[in-house]
Design a protein around this ligand. Structure first.
Ligand SMILES: Cc1cc2nc3c(=O)[nH]c(=O)nc-3n(C[C@H](O)[C@H](O)[C@H](O)COP(=O)(O)O)c2cc1C
Length: 206
């Protein structure tokens, strides 16, 4: 039983959520975690070459394999993580999803549980819109969307941090100066665990 976590992150916030989700998936016995990143664009590499922050993160992530359609094919469940870009997922993540026509035509993603997570700069910068629009192509692929229930205590709050029923979230700050709160990471971990547990139930023992 394999659960894939695939993420894009330029400044590390979504990467931290991905690592927390990985912990949650790994906590479920009998589930193997597959951890992948999304291919970066050359234009972004060039535009951020002088950014110490982005360069350090790229160095840290360089050994994480790039996600392929085979990774998606072999996964029994998938968590997708992308920072927001104008209230939607990044083009890098969209390119991966738009490249799945062969999987779609054969129904190879159908019946696989999926969870989504994101990071925004600001509280109202589009967490829900990003998560909801990330779900749309996953539904076209026939995936089963898994969210976060309100029985998780970290979900009930009124302060400026993440936590939505649509998936795990965090707030990076306008200059990326904030870090995910412990509760944000706990919710990402809970999402990973939930996707892994539901994957086991839906896909049976393998
Ligand atoms: C082109 C562009 C558009 C963005 N649009 C939004 C936005 O609509 N709302 C928002 O809160 N943050 C927006 N951001 C900020 C990013 O979401 C933020 O840098 C990201 O959450 C950091 O995640 P990362 O550390 O994983 O890269 C945007 C950033 C860029 C470069």
């Amino acid at each position: 039983m394999k659960v894939l976590i695939v993420y894009y992150s330029l400044y590390g916030h979504t990467y931290q959520l991905a690592r927390a989700a990985e912990k949650g998936v790994a906590s479920v016995p009998g589930v193997e975690v597959v951890f992948r990143r999304v291919q970066e664009f050359d234009s972004v590499l060039q535009a951020t070459a002088q950014s110490q922050h982005a360069s350090q993160l790229r160095d840290q992530m360089k050994d994480i394999p790039i996600c392929t359609n085979n990774d998606l094919r072999q996964a029994d469940g998938v968590l997708f993580g992308s920072p927001t870009r104008y209230g939607n997922m990044t083009a890098q993540m969209k390119l991966l999803i738009d490249g799945t026509a062969d999987l779609w035509m054969k129904g190879e993603m159908e019946g696989k549980p999926a969870g989504v997570f994101t990071s925004t700069a600001t509280t109202h910068g589009g967490q829900e819109t990003t998560l909801l629009t990330m779900m749309v192509p996953l539904l076209h692929l026939g995936m089963l969307i898994v969210g976060l229930p309100y029985s998780l205590p970290q979900m009930i709050h009124t302060d400026g941090r993440g936590g939505t029923p649509y998936g795990a979230t965090s707030i990076a700050g306008p200059r990326g100066e904030l870090q995910p709160k412990p509760e944000d990471l706990q919710l990402a971990e809970a999402l990973g665990k939930r996707v892994a547990e539901i994957t086991q139930k839906v896909r049976g023992q393998k």
